[in-house]
Write a protein that binds this ligand. Sequence first.
Ligand SMILES: [Zn+2]
Length: 345
Amino acid sequence: MTHGPDDSPRLPVRVARPTTFLERLPPPVSSLPRWKIGITPPDLSPWLAGNCGIPGVMHYEGRRPGPHIVCVSLIHGNEFAGATVLDRLLRRRVRPRAGRLSLVFANPEAMRQFDPCDPVRARCVDEDMNRVWFPAMLDSRQTSYELDRARILLPVILTADRLLDLHSMLWPGDPLVLSGLSPTSRAMARRVRGVDVCVADRGHRSGCRLIDHPRFSNGSAAACLLEAGQHWHEATVTRTMQAVVSLIGPCCGLPANDGVLPRREMMVTDVITARTGLFRFVMPFHSGHVVADAGTVVAHDGGDEIRTPYDRCMLVMPNLRPARGHTAVRFARVDTGTQPPAPDQ
Ligand SMILES: [Zn+2]
């Protein structure tokens, strides 16, 4: 037994169990659910060239000084609720009175590949654009469509004072806003409307998210990532609009909206990575599900049991079909103001 961030006892997360030969055989392949496609990709043709020399970036300056606020959509091409919201705001000719505002369509090329018959595939062209933001990776000679696109967008990112990265979820779950551990980003997350939960974490071992770029993790600039609900649902568009307006409303003179503010603050303590191709949850958990008791088995990963390390453990964005090496779920507890101790499990 080890100890948790508040020094309460912690049970182990991963426990090897003896397996029989039959249990080591791959489980039968289950088909993916039929996803409901309630929205269609927006027509971004007026904005794709951009208006500031950077394709896909619409940039506006207010008359008075103020922060540079950046809203980013389409880091994942099949998550176009955010792009729908930015398109609607642009068509309404929303402009900042103070400061600067950049509305970004990060990877329209990936969205162009969206096919309602196979909606999951348009996530990227070459690689996950939310894992390419390590400065060393951006400075390297490595190339991919997403990495090159990230380099093109970098002048906007490096001047952002507050950045909101707009995403949605494949699997059902409570909407949430994610931040890194910096106090400025966590303070920003508490003011984002439309979601009930804010979650702080250290990011992913497999690569650097946009919100974890040193601009936001080390300095005074702040960044959060919105997971506004399931992809392709109109309710997700509504929540995204509430979140974006709560951020840009004051500088653009938009009326306040009645979206809820986060009531629960959670801290991720464990990131569970699938070590095998046989990672399976014991039931189809929703993101935000709270498991009452420590030691509850929530998944099997090959021969290992994955158990909750403490009472009242929240499952954050369980990926019900994780590939080997990918994040399968994060465990979070109510934030007690202490730093999370555990690296990836
Ligand atoms: Zn995403």
